[in-house]
Write a protein that binds this ligand. Structure first.
Ligand code: GDP
Ligand code: MG
Length: 436
């Protein structure tokens, strides 16, 4: 979608003046792009009509920079279509009960973990996960694995085949043990059917959750809208979770769901890791679709993951020329914690296009890590002592080669110099260099 829109808006962005023909052409392209991204045709049509009216109303053709105004109108409309401001989750209950619903494979179990982790990090929340997928023993195991990863307790009962009873027992367990949020993970099926709908509806009626969330795989395109409608008819859910919005997943679902079921999208999932969760901001999503990059999200995520204390220690070390391979390793782990590299880079404006054909491998770091781990502590803190024979040993120990060790040492050297420069108040200069 973003490619097509890029193309459509490209003409307008660059030019100082546009004609009425130009506007019509552009809108046609925009509409085609929306349809290609599985946006419901009615919505796409309404969208372009509104944009056209706004454009004419604001006299786009007579302004100084009609292209930019047009981009703004398209962006504002996209934002409005995906629903005003970010909406939170209702956590007023004690405990607040959150029910997950959605098809099998949509990402309910993964998102249950992400949400528990997200709330746990808010400090005032103590979440409990409840496993109500009773059909596959592996489903209960999966939730236990997720809970283990994030340090959140999982309530399950392998001998009980009644999801309603388990949900109720889970809530009782939460009340008795001081949990203030209960996240109920349920079973889904591959397609909408009566058995699944009855089951989720029964759970819903019995526990009356503060918040019912519908989880949907963004990659399912037009189908996502139909599924959302079916679940909404039965549950009248409170919000939508759009998962698998990583890489170049089309944004069509985000555009349509809100207008079809009139429920806000609350969170997005952007990867398999527990940290790959973001609040859904319609305007950021519109920016992303328009290829401007989701810089604000990137900055926020970086801040969340980056330990300030560590940062202070690190800058002291750099200033004293004590930056070593151990610190380098920590940096790499820090970056990895932030999520998938390609996702992160994709949020940088302009990078999306550049990266499209490049295969960024999260495993690229593995060799680097292996090499550093094959170094002795002395070598790590004082890389200058790494001579030819040490390089040979490190290469063999890490299953790489002397060449790879050499390459890493060279990169490390450059990085240390660069960091020294940044610290020396030359940061601005550096940024300018990189921007050119
Ligand atoms: P459930 O059947 O609804 O509980 O779905 P799961 O949580 O088991 O997820 C199904 C698959 O999708 C798993 O392999 C997850 O790792 C994967 N998955 C879930 N959310 C995301 C996401 O946001 N991005 C990506 N890339 N994969 C995801
Ligand atoms: Mg599951």
């Amino acid at each position: 979608l973003s490619d097509k829109l890029d193309k459509a808006l490209h003409v307008l962005k660059g030019h100082g003046s546009i004609t009425e023909v130009n506007v019509a052409e552009t809108l046609k392209e925009v509409r085609r792009a929306l349809l290609d991204a599985d946006v419901n045709f009615k919505i796409a049509k309404e969208f372009t009509t509104t944009v056209k009216e706004k454009a004419l109303g604001q006299n786009v053709l007579t302004t100084l920079q009609p292209g930019q105004l047009m981009v703004k109108i398209v962006k504002d409309e996209l934002t409005a279509l995906m629903g005003g401001d970010a909406e939170g989750i209702n956590l007023s209950g004690n405990p607040s009960v959150i029910l997950m619903s959605g098809l099998q494979g949509s990402g309910k179990t993964t998102f249950s973990g992400k949400l528990a982790n997200y709330l746990k990090n808010k400090k005032t929340k103590k979440p409990l996960l409840v496993a109500c997928d009773v059909y596959r023993p592996a489903a209960i195991d999966q939730l236990h694995v997720v809970g283990g990863q994030i340090g959140v307790e999982v309530f399950s009962d392998r001998d009980n085949k009644n999801p309603v009873a388990i949900a109720q027992a889970g809530i009782a367990h939460a009340k008795a043990n001081g949990y203030n949020v209960v996240i109920i993970d349920t079973a889904g099926r591959l397609a909408v059917d009566e058995v699944m709908m009855n089951e989720i509806s029964n759970i819903h009626k019995a526990i009356q959750p503060q918040e019912t969330l519908f989880v949907v795989d963004a990659m399912t395109g037009q189908d996502a809208v139909n599924t959302a409608k079916a679940f909404n008819d039965v549950l009248n859910f409170d919000g939508v979770i759009l998962t698998k919005l990583d890489g170049d997943t089309r944004g069509g679902a985000a555009l349509s769901i809100k207008s079809v079921v009139n429920k806000p999208i609350k969170f997005i999932g952007t990867g398999e890791k527990m940290e790959a969760i973001d609040v859904f901001y319609p305007s950021r999503m519109a920016d992303r679709i328009l290829g401007m990059g989701d810089v604000v999200s990137l900055v926020e995520r970086a801040q969340e993951q980056y330990d300030e204390e560590e940062a202070r220690k690190l800058s002291k070390k750099i200033a004293k020329n004590q930056f070593g391979f151990d610190d380098f390793l920590k940096q790499i782990q820090q970056i990895k914690k932030m999520g998938n590299m390609k996702d992160l880079l994709g949020m940088i404006p302009g990078a999306g296009k550049m990266l499209k054909d490049v295969d960024i491998d999260d495993d690229a770091f593995k060799h680097v890590e292996a090499i550093i781990q094959s170094m002795t502590p002395k070598e790590r803190s004082n890389p200058a002592i790494i001579n030819a024979s040490r390089k040979k040993r490190i290469g063999e120990g890490s299953g790489t080669s002397v060449q790879e060790v050499n390459r890493l040492m060279k990169q490390f050297d450059q990085m240390s110099k660069m960091m020294k420069m940044m610290q020396g108040g030359k940061g601005k200069q550096m940024m300018q260099m990189m921007n050119n």
